[in-house]
Design a protein around this ligand. Sequence first.
Ligand code: M6R
Length: 613
Amino acid sequence: MCGIVAYLGGRESAPVVIKGLKRLEYRGYDSSGVAVVDPEQGMKIFKKKGKVADLENVLKNETFYANIAIGHTRWATHGEPNDVNAHPHLSNSGRFSLVHNGIIENYNSLKQVLINKGYTFSSQTDTEVLVNFIEEVQRSGNYPLEEAVRLALKDVIGAYAIVIMDRENPNRLIGARKGSPLVIGVGQDEYFFASDATPIIEYTKEVVYLDDLEIAVVSENGLEIRNLQNEASDPQIQTVDLELEAIEKSGYDHFMLKEIFEQPRSIADCLRGRVNADEALIQLGGLRDYLGKLAKAKRIVFVACGTSWHAGLVGEYLFEELARINVEVEYASEFRYRNPIIKEGDIVIAISQSGETADTLAALELAKAKGAIILGVCNVVGSSISRVTDAGVYTHAGPEIGVASTKAFTAQVTVLSMIAIATAHKKGTITDETFRRLLIEMSDIPKKVEEILTLADEIKDISKLFTFAQNFIFLGRGLNFPVALEGALKLKEISYIHAEGYPAAEMKHGPIALIDEDMPVVFIATRDSSYEKVVSNIQEVKARKGRVIAIVSEGDTEVRKMVDFTIEVPNTHEVLQPLLTVIPLQLLSYYIAVLRGRNVDQPRNLAKSVTVE
Ligand code: M6R
């Protein structure tokens, strides 16, 4: 949560930072702020509740010029979203300003120490405590700022990515991280800090990913990195493989719509170089040394949150069905606070789009400490999860900016399908014939997703009739049960309609009481092993006058006769169905939310990367 951008160099800094904050708004958007040091006017701070555009309006009336700036877009943790709690925060003397992403867990005790020394606080944030704590340490020994930051952070408990700016030395920025991401852009005589590379790539593709417990100083001396033990290390410069076009809307009304329509390409990118149906080959370079261990595993545990957890549920079906391995799917936030039993040979796989979700990262670290092999399925290259895991597979979906996850989900399911199929083949639980057929079917998925996307207008028309629904139920069985959960999550997070996903047969045990003529029920009723059972469940709903939208297989005539609306998806192998059945649900949610006038890309209260627990 929260996005950080900072700049030092020859350009006018505020516009660079504001533009960068707009790119990071997916991380939080309840308030934003920027601080600059103008050589004539000194430190100036501007903060505004609302979107970065509101801050931009404030800046229009200001005259200053600076080559150094720090900025922040906030997702509130401590203190409500308002101008005062917005970052940057200033130290009592006015010398230091700081932006922060994370949570300082011992801020209350630090605050008490500072209050006893006469410090005062205007906000309710942990960040204002941190900047004053750094000031206090700096004063106590008249330390250079980087040393004060290092000493202060040794006493800090919690997670942080910070950038601090010094009014007395406006040719230097200091950044540090523990648990929250921080990337440094290295340009020609200019430097950038940001929570991810997207604000930086317009200016330079050369970046350094700061590691946990590292402090970076950028100044006329270049970039210097030390750890909290004061040991210096050489910055490892990497080139980011990301084009500007990938992080812009490119003519679509919303990033979410763009990302839904990108799925034929993102799934193809995910398969490229990995699935070769002609030669009956799957190559997952990242798992080269681990496929044997997967094939021998007695148990696999998926840890994830939200949509990624739904992908994990699909993975459970895939691994059990194809590779006959016992799988558990855990909410990372629950797993990390239990005392989970990990046995020798257990494999824990984290699934995460961002690779930064705090609970998923912590769950992985716990699993590692207990001796599990830890693997990752991440989208963001170089993210924290991808760096702590023993091995893993990137989903290659490209940047996902809409808060509601769409193409990341299908890419995760694609990767999990590939791993399950490769494991099953190695283990001998599927025949060569099934293996070959699955590879052919996988290669055809992008084309089939493209076909479903041609139904967008039809789905839009259906959504017009449900725009004012108060509730929705999504039902599916087997592999389509997680899809039902995902459909419900998509709808509630962007339209704010209450929605529940259930296994279709479970409906009889309670939710059926909700069914009346006002209750829309979405069934995933494709022709698979549970088709007949789902048809019976549809009849149970229709008998109680529920309004049914059914996702059916191409050519289905039976369900069409019973329900109010059908949306057809092409046929594929049963285990790959979620890759197709989820697409109409994404579109349905999108159009309903747009018709309700919601901010689809930035729904209220949400942030794309949940980097606090
Ligand atoms: O980056 P991650 O995949 O770890 O994020 C997990 C969830 O926060 C995320 O999937 C969330 O549920 C999305 N808003 C769903 O659309």
